[in-house]
Design a protein around this ligand. Sequence first.
Ligand code: RFL
Ligand code: PHB
Length: 389
Amino acid sequence: MRTQVAIIGGGPSGLLLSQLLHVRGIDSVVLERKTRDYVLGRIRAGVLEQGLVDLMQEAGVGARMTSHGYVHDGALISHGEEIFRIDFARRAGKPVIVYGQTELTRDLYEAREKSGGRFEFHVEKVRVEGADSETPTVIYEVGGEERRLDCDFVAGCDGFHGVSRNTIPAGVRREYEKVYPFGWLGVLSETPPVNHELIYANSERGFALCSMRNENLSRYYIQCSLSDSPADWTDHNFWDELKRRIPAEQAERLVTGPSIEKSIAPLRSFVTEPMRWGRLFLCGDAAHIVPPTGAKGLNTAASDVHYLYNALRQFYEERDEEGIDRYSERALARVWKAERFSWWFSSLMHRYPDQSEFDLKMQRAEVDFLRDNEAAQVAMAQNYVGLPY
Ligand code: RFL
Ligand code: PHB
């Protein structure tokens, strides 16, 4: 088989890239290790920056997001019983859109299927050959049969556990990592959200987040121990713990119900450099991970897709390699800023096992500074709604 762009990974990065290329008449094939339903079963991001919303529109797949997404002009931050609001519209001139990654991914799959997009599911033993040549090939197996995909370019959109990143020789690659000493236990429940905006809570029992998908679908998270498993947490214990971590007024309003999904995610900051090697380009979680506190993972994947799509467009439409040559540098400049914000906001909101009394005072002072200082709120809001591409 032959295509212009071989895309490894059928998550949001790979699908969005494939759809944007399709709109420009550039052919691609998406190789996915799992199935479409498996990918859609993963409950992940909920907050979209305007940059991602614009890309979805450009890809011609923004209709459902526009009609079903929720515009959020601000978010609440609590520390113990105290609560204050960051006004995104006022401080940064932009809102964010609450629309689940599951929905966004479904919209992209439907659009690619409708337009005859080529997919291979259940791919195994994927490897890239000749990435440093002008004729790369992706070799893989489906049901024990070996297949080859010849292409001009390879987009490694296969997430943190994918194979693309390791195609870049160890001598070229540099990795930067910070692992946090806790995880997030997430619960999805068919209950009305406790508040019409998100609440990020720092409590002495640990972090909590009240988020949502729609009027009758809530998404909540609590900081948990890395040794916990979802089975350790009954619904009753989860709701009880969540209520203790948010201010009493919100806790009294919280409507509880049976969980329909419960999972634990570890928290990690990770960046690999460079994001390009020859004709292989890394995109999204394949190249970088952020702790979810800043809601930046999917949004940073989207900015990579923006730079890569424009680079490929420039190559095919204008025979200009400038975008390709500068992809890694451009993408990484924005990635590191998202890493910084996610690390900062995580540090502000969580309780760390080794925190001293002094560290706690510093955290308290920083939350107070954010509450009282307009410049601090502007910086927070600009990062949260998304820095420019
Ligand atoms: P994905 O979604 O991991 O998709 C990669 C795809 O590649 C496939 N794959 C392979 N395919 C072929 N061959 C191989 N060898 C392969 N190896 C893997 C996988 O099966 C998969 O389908 O990466 P992508 O596309 O880069 O998208 C990244 C986002 O999924 C991720 O950054 C976000 O979900 C992060 N995230 C959030 N991001 C936000 O912007 N806003 C949020 O509010 C937000 N909340 C979150 C989050 C992530 C969370 N978890 C569980 C980590 C909340 C949570 C709890
Ligand atoms: C979510 O709704 O899943 C969500 C929202 C905000 C975050 C992380 C996750 O920072």
